[in-house]
Design a protein around this ligand. Structure first.
Ligand code: HAM
Length: 426
């Protein structure tokens, strides 16, 4: 028969193999422990959402919409669905749909899951990636922004990162941004008649002019220095809000820098926006980002309720961990290896292993008879301390061989002696 061709996974969507799964578990455990310290509850929302949810939340001028990054399809019932490109919109939808803010006007929620963006895959930029996210609803006070930032710093520190720097910017309120965008568009239109802006910035100037500050082209960065800055357009209340956020961070010794070019790629933000970067992640240095989004809950049909949140990119955290030599704690392998040396020994060995597991004792069992040599090789591969094996003679005598792999000593034990030893094996 002709050999069948192999199937490759979808481009930009990675398999998480056991060696990397340990990193995911480590990061998730660090995050969960911190989230619990702050009284956040978990929420799980579906991957698939009605497409309208994202067109109404992430916004027409967001990268996700402008760059056509959404995985959208019509289901057999002729409904347009989209695989979530980010987590905030789904959480807001769920909170509104289930009236969570009616029960309690403040909510602190966290989530973890896969997000999907049809982007050009590269290191740290995938089409399926994992985010750990936080969303706090009902808090107008700048302490909520500061708390989210402090939590992320705590998660990053717990993972083992040092020198955590938070980049902050103040985007003002909706009206401030509308006035500013008008001024910016006019300045850009004038500048573009004479100066060599890149093609992407020419499109940005029409759709989302603030994104020109994010351009990586040196000549655009240079030209951007001549444009009006948002700072002059921000209302006094939003300025005071930002000042309180930074002073709360200062009180807790959280290092931050003001980055006036930080505009974020989603339209729902207002006032405080932030990003966390880590060395070693290459061009995609943001391991997390977020900000305040007052008005989004209302926009999605909910009550007037402010919101602030953040998303952490797990794959980027792993890249940074590897670059900085931070290892996840090893997942412990069973220290006890039990083996059948012959088919007749399988029932006795199977029963012994199940008894051990019922008593919470981790046991490795190869599920098929093997020679003594192969058994010892497998036991050594997982660094087992003890190997228990049963061959045809042992089955006849209702005994096992208990071998200490450190000292090489071995004993013959009855089944009941073995059970007793197993249950006390630590
Ligand atoms: P975002 O900045 O689009 O924000 O994504 C958050 C993080 O997800 C990024 O900083 C990055 O680490 C990771 N990320 C984004 N795109 C990719 C990709 N294609 N491949 C790998 N990692 C990626 C949001 O998604 C907002 N929902 C965050 C938020 C929550 N704002 C308020 N609440």
């Amino acid at each position: 028969m002709a050999k069948k061709h192999t199937i490759q996974g979808v481009k930009g969507m990675e398999d998480i193999l056991p060696a990397d799964a340990a990193y995911y578990q480590f990061i998730e455990a660090a995050a969960r422990a911190v989230f619990a310290l702050y009284g956040y509850s978990e929420i799980r929302t579906p991957i698939l959402e009605p497409t309208e949810l994202f067109s109404r939340s992430v916004g027409d001028s967001s990268d996700i919409v402008v760059s056509k990054q959404m995985y959208t399809f019509t289901d057999p019932g002729e409904r347009s669905n989209t695989m979530r490109p980010e987590g905030t919109a789904g959480v807001v939808r769920a909170v509104v749909e289930h009236g969570l803010l009616k029960e309690n006007p403040t909510r602190k929620l966290w989530y973890s899951g896969q997000m999907f963006r049809y982007e050009k895959p590269q290191k740290g930029r995938l089409r399926q990636f994992n985010q750990l996210g936080l969303e706090a609803f009902g808090y107008t006070h700048p302490a909520a922004d500061a708390e989210i930032i402090a939590m992320v710093c705590r998660v990053l520190a717990r993972i083992g990162f040092a020198n955590i720097v938070v980049k902050l910017n103040n985007l003002g309120d909706k009206q401030d941004r509308a006035t500013y965008n008008e001024a910016l568009r006019a300045a850009l239109a004038e500048s573009m008649t004479a100066a060599p802006w890149c093609d992407q910035c020419k499109t940005r100037a029409l759709l989302n002019p603030m994104r020109v500050f994010d351009c990586k082209e040196p000549r655009c960065q240079e030209l951007a220095t001549t444009l009006p800055r948002i700072e002059q357009f921000i209302n006094p209340e939003a300025k005071a809000h930002f000042a309180t956020v930074t002073s709360l961070l200062d009180i807790c010794n959280i290092a931050w820098t003001l980055d006036e070019n930080l505009v974020r790629g989603l339209d729902y933000y207002c006032r405080t926006v932030f990003e966390f970067t880590q060395e070693g992640t290459g061009a995609q240095s943001a391991v997390g980002g977020g900000g305040r989004y007052d008005g989004l809950v209302e926009e999605l049909g909910g009550p007037t309720s402010p919101g602030v949140g953040v998303g952490l990119g797990v794959e980027r955290l792993i890249i940074a961990m590897k670059a900085q030599g931070i290892m996840p704690a090893e997942t412990a392998q069973p220290e006890l290896f039990i083996a059948a040396l012959d088919e007749v020994a399988i029932p006795a060995v199977f029963a012994l292993t199940e008894k051990a597991r019922a008593a919470q004792i981790p046991v490795a069992f190869d599920l098929q008879p093997k020679s003594l040599k192969a058994t010892l090789k497998s036991a050594n591969r997982i660094n087992a301390k003890t190997c228990v094996f049963v061959g045809p003679t042992e089955v006849e005598q209702q005994r096992v061989i208990w071998k200490n792999l450190t000292t090489g000593e071995q004993e013959s034990l009855t089944f009941s002696q073995t059970e007793e030893r197993l249950l006390n094996f630590r």
